[in-house]
Design a protein. Structure first.
Length: 240
């Protein structure tokens, strides 16, 4: 594309969009965009791009990618880059020792901007690690996935082991083989239908913990078998 050089901003948009899609290099995305829009790629052409076009272009190159990720890529391509969380806005990590928060669980949130659950398991920039009870949600660590070497043979296994001490994983997308590795480690993956603010995810989880958590979650919280049966009975009564 030497005769059709991209501006710095367009190059950044395409780079961010490629990062939003699993196993997608900038070159792969450029090939699809060229098939969809033709050369040169311009802001005006990108403004006309829609989900269907991106999904079906180049013989359906991206047809197997889940729609929340394709929507994120389309948004990145059509809009000026937004800033990720700054030092002032990013959540602050707080010290934690086991036992500090009784009846709590540890969760991992796949995030690219440290403000939302907006990541795909295989490509998110970091996992935000929270210790959560009905009364408190504490960010105890941010685990950067950049440490994963490009020569690592099984990146999904490496990412799974990175969060092996967590009981729940929130994300917007995960492939079947990766989900199997997560579940094998005893982690319960929860796929959200759309990008969701971390604060909203934490609030909803705390409401579940404060009410009648499902038996598997009650077990993780250390609630006795008798109490878990009670929760299940109450839930059945509510359904009736």
């Amino acid at each position: 594309m030497s005769q059709n050089a991209l501006s710095r901003e367009l190059a950044l948009r395409i780079g961010l969009a490629a990062r939003a899609l699993p196993d997608t290099s900038v070159q792969r995305l450029l090939t699809v965009l060229t098939a969809a829009l033709g050369l040169p790629i311009t802001e005006e052409k990108l403004a006309t791009l829609n989900l269907k076009t991106l999904k079906t272009a180049h013989d359906g190159e991206f047809s197997e990618i889940e729609e929340p990720l394709l929507k994120k890529a389309v948004h990145a391509l059509k809009h000026a880059p937004t800033e990720v969380a700054s030092d002032a806005t990013a959540p602050k990590v707080a010290a934690y020792q086991d036992g500090d928060i009784p009846s709590s669980i540890r969760i991992a949130c796949a995030s690219d901007d440290q403000l939302n659950v907006d990541g795909h398991f295989g490509s998110c920039k970091q996992f935000m690690i929270y210790q959560v009870s009905a009364n408190e949600a504490r960010l105890i660590e941010v685990r950067d996935t950049a440490q994963i070497s490009e020569f690592e043979e099984d990146k999904n296994r490496f990412r799974s082991e990175l969060i092996a001490d967590c009981q729940v994983l929130y994300l917007v997308s995960v492939g079947g083989p990766a989900a199997a590795k997560v579940i094998k480690l005893g982690i319960h993956p929860i796929k959200l239908p759309a990008v969701t603010a971390l604060a909203e995810v934490l609030t909803e989880l705390q409401q579940v913990l404060a009410g009648s958590p499902p038996p598997w979650l009650a077990k993780v919280m250390g609630i006795s078998a008798e109490q878990r049966v009670k929760f299940a009975f109450e839930e059945a009564e509510a359904v009736e």
